[in-house]
Design a protein. Structure first.
Length: 212
């Protein structure tokens, strides 16, 4: 199993897509399942898929599963029918004898009141706007939300290392924080877009691979 997070592909930036596609081709060749733990795209809204067709085609594989993140939470099976977009923000699976919770990470943080309010009250409104607004306005709104995300999410946001016990799993694996945390029962992945790193997990255990 392979997990990767925070790719942040920006529409129109071909270098972003090319780097990810080259990595994904190699990951598929290793066999096993590949889980993309959120923020595959820097932003997403319905109708933008035509600008990202090559990436969506590459996601059309029985090996690949995508959990949307806070930047691409509007990503769904309806807007990206070629990809296996999971509907849950947190999933539990057992690739080995251990139970793992996989998530992007935005639902797991401590404090972070600004984002939690946006998640609870703003996202339903944005989903309605996504269905109602023309593409040009949606693009402007998406870019605004991206530029303001650092304000909404404090840089010191953290995830409780004991969260696995509370969630009744052996290990929590996520991204979102844009920094790596490796502890006994919590793995926060570094962002792929800046580090080129990911998590590999097999019968021998887990390890962080890759590098910018």
């Amino acid at each position: 199993m392979i997990c990767v997070a925070d790719i942040h592909i920006r529409p129109g930036r071909n270098g972003d897509s090319a780097r990810f596609l080259a990595w994904l081709e190699g990951a598929k060749g290793r066999g096993g399942q590949i889980y993309i733990l959120g923020d595959l795209f820097d932003y997403w809204y319905s109708g933008i898929g035509g600008r990202l067709g090559e990436v969506l085609d590459a996601l059309s594989s029985p090996q690949v599963f995508v959990i949307p993140g806070n930047r691409d939470f509007l990503l769904s099976r309806n807007s990206a029918p070629k990809a296996a977009i999971l509907g849950e923000e947190e999933i539990v699976l057992s690739p080995t004898s251990q139970r793992l919770l996989l998530a992007h990470g935005h639902t797991l943080t401590n404090a972070d009141r600004g984002f939690k309010a946006l998640h609870a009250f703003g996202w339903p409104v944005l989903r309605l706007l996504d269905r109602a607004l023309p593409g040009a306005l949606k693009d402007r709104l998406a870019r605004f939300l991206v530029s303001s995300s650092a304000t909404v999410r404090p840089p010191r946001t953290s995830i409780d290392p004991s969260l696995a016990s509370k969630k009744k799993v052996d290990m929590v694996v996520c991204g979102h924080l844009h920094r790596m945390i490796l502890s006994e029962r919590l793995i926060v992945l570094p962002p792929f877009f800046g580090t080129g790193r990911w998590l590999a997990w097999d019968e021998k255990g887990w390890r962080i691979e890759g590098g910018a």
